[in-house]
Design a protein around this ligand. Structure first.
Ligand code: SF4
Ligand code: SF4
Length: 203
């Protein structure tokens, strides 16, 4: 008869005192380790819709859809849980102090309807070019830029107008009254192409 080794005997005694190493899941809920990298989740309040997370995601698990027809126009940020590999690059690159999207402890990822249940979305207000209607940026993203630029914000009409609108200092309806494709168009929220064309015009 072979006798157990001393180390195995000690482990058996420890397990008797401390209880088993394995959890009783599914009888009891499983609590993951604090460093566990689970499903990333968008934070509606913190995310500014800048798309940095979409740029860095190595597997294309983050995408966006711009809807320009509604009032207001919106950018929908989409997370595809069936594609994500939980690498954490989105959280690391998030410009909103890494709070716009964060890995969670959520690990139970099975679902029946892949199209419906694997996706999570949030909507952000989108500002459009006042001349051509092209998406410029999310309102929160422009606010984020203004806060960092301080008084330099006033070097860009798109930035200071969006900021003044957000603060309720100007009425957004007043901005589009004059559309002469000339000098007055310069003081409008514009995309890069219209800004260039408006600045170059000699009217
Ligand atoms: S954790 Fe990685 S794979 Fe998943 S959404 Fe973020 S960047 Fe993409
Ligand atoms: S703020 Fe963060 S979560 Fe939101 S789009 Fe930018 S990088 Fe992604």
């Amino acid at each position: 008869m072979r006798y157990p080794k001393l180390r195995e005997l000690l482990e058996a005694i420890k397990a008797l005192i401390r209880g088993p190493y394995t959890s009783s899941f599914p009888k009891e809920p499983h609590v993951p380790h604090p460093n566990f990298r689970g499903k990333p989740k968008f934070n509606q309040e913190k995310c500014v819709g800048c798309l940095a997370c979409e740029e860095v995601c190595p597997v294309g698990a983050i995408a966006h859809r711009d809807t320009t027809q509604g009032d207001p126009a919106k950018r929908t940020m989409i997370y595809y849980g069936d594609t994500c590999i939980f690498c954490g690059q989105c959280e690391a690159a998030c410009i909103a102090d890494h709070e716009g999207i964060k890995l969670s402890g959520e690990w139970e990822l099975s679902f029946f309807d892949r199209k419906k249940d694997a996706q999570e979305t949030i909507d952000k207000e989108l500002l459009l070019c006042e001349i051509c209607g092209t998406p410029v940026a999310c309102r929160d993203h422009l606010r984020w830029i203004c806060e960092r630029l301080g008084e330099l914000t006033f070097s860009s009409p798109t930035l200071y107008l969006s900021r003044l609108e957000s603060l309720g200092i100007i009425d957004e309806n007043l901005l589009s009254v004059i559309r002469d494709q000339g000098r007055s168009d310069r003081v409008k929220i514009l995309c890069a192409r219209c800004r260039r064309e408006t600045t170059q015009t000699t009217k």
